[in-house]
Structures are given as structure tokens and as C-alpha cells.
Ligand binder design. Sequence first.
Ligand code: NAD
Length: 293
Amino acid sequence: MENIMIIGAGFMGAGIAQVCAQADCRVTLVDNNEPALKTARREIARSLEKLFSKGILAEHPPTVLERIRCCQSLEGAARMDWIVEAVIEEQTVKRELFKELDRLTPAAVPLASNTSSIPITRLAEGLRFPERVLGLHFFGPVPLMPLVEVVGAEKTATAVLERAAAFVKILGKTAVRVNKDLPGFVMNRIFAAAFRECLELVSAGVASVRDIDTGMRLGYGWKIGPFEIADNAGIDTFLRVSRTMQALGESHLAADHRFLASMVGEGKLGRKAGRGFYCYNSEGKKVEPDNPD
Ligand code: NAD
């Protein structure tokens, strides 16, 4: 049984913790915000029950949940087999955390970031052991999405990347390798280019949110539309990603900040807030009336 520490118990961290526990790993889920840990535990329990009731999860949900310990400090980090960072998308916050982890843990412990947009090389800069730092980019909702991008930074050791591919397999996911550490890696660069255009088309009144989502589902076979993806991911996270892309000189991949910032200002954070591009009920199901124009 592997010992995994996940730092950040939001949408992604909770999901990563859940899939690790489902794969029989012993998980320490860390967040500096206690309510976030409580919400994460409740969401994980709810997701496990749902998977169990559908026959996707064979094990009894409380048994899986017992493998997750929630905690507000990095205590025990030195004894971990893997550490996965999934805190907010802010370079300064992540860099501070990586410095702390580099100080607290021996060189053999791989340090992975789940960042959506920040090059891993920046997070590894100035650390004692940059060769153990890599990107493990999960997709949300993690219990349902099978893909993980494995990203090597400038100094990441090949052995660490190989170990990462094996770890991803243990979690029942499929790894794709990203050979160059660009902002947004591969999948988010492609999605960001599409989403930027989607938002421009809506702003210019060319098509509605709902029609663009319908079009991408029915015309291109996407399982869910780009605006539905944004609502699932969180508009606040999309805003941070977009700002990071802009700051890193990738403005062609940055969606309109003002549009996203005004949504965040109005509390339209996506599914987690009950409204974003669409409206949702307390169980997270899309409801009418929505106003996706
Ligand atoms: P979120 O806002 O839901 O959760 C972030 C959590 O980090 C919060 O609970 C917050 O309290 C915690 N946190 C902040 N600073 C911390 C610190 N110093 N120590 C411990 N905890 C801290 O965000 P999210 O959507 O889960 O995204 C997390 C990371 O995953 C981001 O880097 C994001 O870009 C990336 N990501 C997000 C998605 C997505 O669909 N949302 C997909 C792939 C990757």
C-alpha cells in the first residue's frame, strides 16, 4: 500500500484523494482551510456512494473513506511515497509550497504538481532536488476522467517519469507524456484556444452558450460542451489559468479576463456555486431556468 499526500482539498485534490483511496493507497489530504477539508470529505463520501450504487465501485464506501486522513499541516510528508500538489492556481503559492516540501522531504519522494498552466520548471526552480519534480495533470471530475498528463520539467529524472507512469496505472488511469514543459502542457493549450474563441463568439452575439455547447456535442462528438466543462472546472480557476497564460506571454490562449472576472464578481463560479454559465440545484444537476445567452 502506497502512502500518498495530496495538498489542496478542492475540486481536484478531493478527486485525486478519492481515486488514490480507491486504488488501496493510504491518503493524507491536506488543506490550510478546515471547511474545505470537511466539504472534501462529504463530496468524496457522496461520490463513492454514487459509484457503489452504480456497481462501478465494488468495495464498501466507508472502507475506502477510512483510508483518507484529513489534516491541516504537512506533518508526515517525509514518509510519503508520492506528494501531489493541487492548491489554487497561483504561482507564488505553489512555489512557496514546493520550497517547503523540498526542505521537509528526502530526495527520493517525488513531488508532483496538478497545475493547469504553470510550467513545472518554474515550480522546481531553486530547489535542492529538482530532478524529483514533475507534473501529474489530472482532469476533473477526477473519479470519472481517465486521463493524466505526465509532464517532465527541464531537470526531471527519467526514472521519476517512469515511476509516475506506473503510479497512474495503479490509479486505473491512462497516462500521456508531455515532452516539452509549455504553459498549459498539451490538452489545456488545445482546450484554451477553443474556449477563448467560444467566449469571443458569445460576446459578439454570434451564438449562445447553449447553442455552442450543443454544437460541440452534436457536431464534434464532445461528451460535454466547452461551457459545461468551464462550469465543472470552476470559473475562478479558469480566470486564474487565463491570467497565467497571459502573464506567460500566451495571450492567444487566454480567454477574456473581464468576462470571467465579472462572472466571478457576481458569484457565478460554476457548478460548485450553483450558477455559472448555467444554473444547478443542490445536487449539482443542471436546472431551468438557466440563462445561458
Ligand atoms: P479549488 O479552488 O477547488 O481548490 C484549491 C484548494 O487549495 C482550496 O481548498 C484551498 O483552501 C487550498 N489551498 C490554497 N492554498 C493552500 C496552501 N498553501 N496549502 C494547502 N491548501 C491550500 O481548485 P481546484 O479546481 O481543485 O484546482 C486545484 C489545482 O488543480 C489548480 O492548480 C488548478 O489549476 C488545477 N486543475 C484544476 C482543474 C479543474 O478542472 N478545476 C483541472 C486540472 C487541474
